[in-house]
Design a protein around this ligand. Structure first.
Ligand code: ZN
Length: 233
């Protein structure tokens, strides 16, 4: 029980790096993805390929990687009219937050993940939340995670640990972490098979991966990759 984990796995760069991190560390690892009608749900379709490719990179990871779960959260799409779930332009809203913000999304994801982890007997819940390349999402904050860990453990009478390995590193360091965990092979898999673009576009293959190249998620991913590549050179 103690060395087991459930990874919030969307099929993007961050959650794929988190999955490799968990496979490196824990004995049994399962994954969960959420379908809430997001425009970039192409991510969800990348998940099976990514899981297979990670298995192929490292036989030890193949032994540890267990079941994948998909949870439908259509209600989340219904109550949030945002640029992630509707076809409106991505821009900054009056609140100072980008309008890709789905209010409380990570609180909902983690609560569902905890209910699943409880049933599956998994101790660690791993997510790619990050304060460093902070888009201003308050539900990615370290304090939010710590408060939620307490609330979940009280509410379920258990001892979950919420792991957020990316919390204090930037996107360049996230690429470096992938390289440290799985070498160039893992970096290549993340470039070619993971999806980050908010618009859900595969588009052309850039050095940093597929995507529209101009949305905030592509911009962050591209800048991080270029910094990582420059430092590695
Ligand atoms: Zn994009």
């Amino acid at each position: 029980m103690s060395a087991t984990a459930l990874v919030l796995f969307s099929g993007g760069q961050d959650s794929t790096t988190c999955l490799a991190w968990a496979l490196d560390r824990y004995e049994r690892v399962e994954t969960v993805g959420f379908d809430y009608g997001q425009r970039h749900r192409i991510e969800l379709e990348c998940r099976d390929t990514l899981r297979a490719r990670l298995r192929a990179i490292n036989p030890a990871w193949a032994d540890k990687l267990g079941d994948d779960h998909t949870i439908s959260l259509a209600a989340l799409g219904e109550i949030s009219n945002t640029a992630l779930t509707s076809t409106i332009a991505i821009e900054m809203a009056d609140t100072g937050l980008p309008n890709t913000f789905v209010p409380g999304r990570n609180l909902i994801f983690l609560t569902f993940a905890a209910a699943l982890a409880y049933r599956r007997g998994l101790k660690h819940i791993v997510g790619g939340m990050c304060e460093t390349d902070f888009s201003g999402y308050p539900d990615c904050r370290d304090d939010t995670m710590k408060a939620l860990q307490v609330a979940l453990n009280l509410g379920m009478e258990t001892r979950f640990v919420l792991d957020t390995p990316l919390m204090w590193i930037d996107k360049a360091q996230t690429w470096q972490l992938a390289q440290d965990l799985g070498g160039k092979e893992l970096v290549d898999v993340i470039v070619k098979e993971s999806h980050t673009c908010y618009l859900g576009e595969r588009g052309d293959l850039h050095e940093w991966g597929y995507g529209c190249g101009v949305c905030p998620a592509c911009d962050l991913r591209a800048k991080g990759y270029r910094k990582f590549a420059a430092e590695a050179a």
